[in-house]
Design a protein. Sequence first.
Length: 288
Amino acid sequence: MRIFGICRVRDEMDLIGVTIAYHLGVGIDRVLVMDNGSSDGTREVLEHLERTAEVGVIRDRGPFRSGTMTTRLARWAHEEGADWVLPFDADEFWFAPRGDLREVLAESGAGALRVGLVNFVQRRDRVRSQPDAFLTMSRRVPAPVGTPKSHEQLVEEGRIAFVEGAYPPKWACRSTAEVVYGPGSHGVLGAPGPVVDAEGLVILHAPLRSRAALEAKVVSGQRVIDAGFEGHNSWHLRRWRRLAAEGGLEAEWNANSWADDVLDVYGSPHPLVVDRLLADTLAPFVAR
């Protein structure tokens, strides 16, 4: 059984090395990456990994079309002999809480597995994006609030922070030439078999790893606007673009980062729980 990870990146120099090393370390056989016009040193990191690890890289400087890009990577994986394809962003980490990722996939009879995400929250004084930023992402909400469909409304109404909302699942899929991934890998078509909820898999998510990462999302917001994204697709990126123009980014960072074990959600304290799973899981790869 060959498991391929696929990943789209742009300007992720501080974390892409950790992300790829982690996934190769937990049982993924090969990682295929699309670099969508990085200019911060990500390209050089990927070139090094391409020479020294089971990593393949292609480059696309075109507009941001996440579903089309992920589909292209998944079909490339199929051409290289993948049995399973696992899509992830540079800040997402596939994790098997009770065992081995390869065992979970080997024992599954599904064509595709729906996998939930857990958002981890960064400490408020983490200004810059560096590999060790993962080590201070040691808090999370007690339980996600709302549903993926209600997430946007709850945030826009100021009732919750972005990191508190229920995040849409992602999909592990058996390899096929007909697969089609939706935006953000939050949907998949063409799975060769039944689609079921995954038992024994979760994705650890580090959505806002620093204040600088939030500011970088503002640039991404303009990219999704230029690409014509509307409605629920990438609404959070468009929101952060708008807040930056309105001078509201400081309050947004306070709402989505922790100090004294709480979020400052637009003046209202929202308690968090201590959870070092992400930090402890990634610590060996950060040190490496």
